[in-house]
Structures are given as C-alpha cells and as structure tokens.
Design a protein around this ligand. Structure first.
Ligand code: FBP
Length: 254
C-alpha cells in the first residue's frame, strides 16, 4: 500500500535521481559541472524527465521546498562525510516524522554499512526507521554498502547478494546495491532479496554514457527494479544530462 505514491502504475519500476553526494563526498563531485552545485539542477531534470523521486538530505530539501512541487522526494535520513577513515558509521540525522511532515517525503532512505564494526547500530536504527515508515505509510529504501576493514571486495557477487538479503531481513521495501559485475550474478542478487525490490546504485561517471546504459540494460534483464543514479546524470552538462536521463527512464519503464 505504501509503495503507491512512488509506483502509481504498480509495475515496481523506479528511477531515483540521487543527490546526497554533497554530504557523502563533498563539493569535489560538482567540480566538473558547477551548475549541479544547486539542487535546482536535479529538480529541473526530475521535473522534465519523470524520475520517480529525487534523493535529498534535509538541507537541500528545506532550501527547495517550494520548487517543482510535482517532483517527489525521497529524504535521506542518515549520512556522513567522507573525511574520516576507518569503519564507517552513518548516524540517523532526520526522523521519519520530520521527513514526511516537513519535507514532503514520499519515501525515506538510510545507508547501511554491513561489515563495519558499527553495523549493529545501523541495523538497529534502520529497523526502527522501517517501523516508523510503516506507521507513516511511506516506503523505506536501504542503501546497502558492505564496507570496512573486514570487507575485501564490496562488489563480489556473494557480497552484493548478502547486502540485498540484509535489506530484506530488516524490512526494506527497496534495496539499493552496487553492480555485481555480470547479468547472471545480478540475477542472484535480485533473487536473494526475495520480496524487497532491488535497484542499481549508479557509481562513478562513465565517460561514455553507453557504458552505464549497458549496465542498466543488464540490471533490468536480471530482474532489477530500476536505478538510483546520481553522478552518471548530473556530472554531465545540462544537454547531456537530459539525453542520458531520457535513455535511463526509457530502459526502466520499458
Ligand atoms: P551515484 O549514482 O553518484 O554513485 O550515487 C549513488 C550513491 O549511493 C549516493 O546516493 C551516495 O551519496 C553515494 O553513492 C555514496 O557513494 P560511496 O559508495 O562512495 O559511499
């Protein structure tokens, strides 16, 4: 029931435009396309191309509260900067209630780092986010990124499949995971998530957009539910960002 707002046709296909990298990676990510320093750039794209929702932290969500009211918002509830090294912990920064009532969230997101020595705190916080999200009738999306000194290879198929399964076990509606390298292995990732829908995490900008679109094709063939992409869209100048957006949406909606 609570997926309705972000899945009006009930097909279980999603194209999220992720814009939380300003916190996670810092302004370096915007250097190649300074227009993207403002969230207006991604909101314009989402408005023009029909992304399912944009992913925003509290600050950009507040700053753009009245911009493009038709564009749905997935509010990222936790986050951390990329400055400290070591096993990551990403604390809850925004409660579900505030996201829904003040920031117009139609979905909420939380990043888990399985393998980190702090995984237990994040699992517990996310489990509570799921319960709150159920109470407010919004879907909970888990970014699941195995990370920390215990994790040798975060894109190995068995590691990505485990990430997808963790999302299911904790009650996520949607899991956002990294590409596991092949169509067959990603099929196993999607199967491992059982009833939780799996979307691809975009990753670093590929110079040739066809390289990224080829991965999107494989994800959809493998049973993926779509993408949550950021840099591969908004690190391109406006015309190129529009062009790749059309291609992404066409593949996800096909
Ligand atoms: P991209 O499409 O730009 O890779 O964004 C996906 C994302 O999950 C963002 O939502 C998040 O800010 C970032 O990647 C985290 O990246 P990292 O894997 O470097 O922590």
């Amino acid at each position: 029931m609570h997926l309705e707002r972000i899945d009006p046709d009930g097909r279980g296909r999603f194209a999220f435009l992720a814009y939380d990298q300003g916190l996670e990676h810092g302004p370096e990510d915007f250097r190649g396309n300074p227009e993207a320093l403002s969230p207006r750039f991604v909101l314009d794209l989402a408005h023009a191309h029909g992304y399912t929702a944009v992913v925003l932290q509290q600050g950009p969500a507040l700053a753009t509260r009245d911009l493009h009211p038709d564009v749905l918002r997935l509010i990222k509830l936790n986050g951390k900067a990329g400055i400290a090294k070591g096993d990551p912990y990403s604390p809850l920064l925004c409660p579900v209630e505030y996201a829904v009532k003040a920031l117009r969230a139609v979905a909420v997101g939380y990043t888990l780092y399985p393998g980190s020595e702090h995984e237990g705190r994040m699992f517990a916080e996310f489990a509570e986010v799921v319960r709150q999200a159920q109470a407010f009738g919004v879907p909970a999306v888990a970014w699941v990124y195995p990370r920390g000194k215990a994790v040798q290879n975060d894109t190995a198929p068995e590691v990505v499949a485990y990430a997808a399964r963790i999302a299911y076990e904790l009650g996520a509606d949607i899991a956002k995971v990294k590409w596991s390298g092949t169509l067959d292995s990603f099929r196993w990732v999607c199967e491992s998530a059982a009833d939780t829908k799996v979307v691809l995490s975009g990753g670093v900008l590929t110079e040739d957009p066809r390289e990224f679109l080829d991965v999107v094709d494989k994800v959809m063939k493998a049973g993926g539910a779509g993408v949550a992409v950021g840099r591969n869209v908004w690190q391109r100048p406006r015309a190129d960002a529009a062009a790749i957006s059309r291609e992404i949406i066409a593949r996800v909606r096909a």
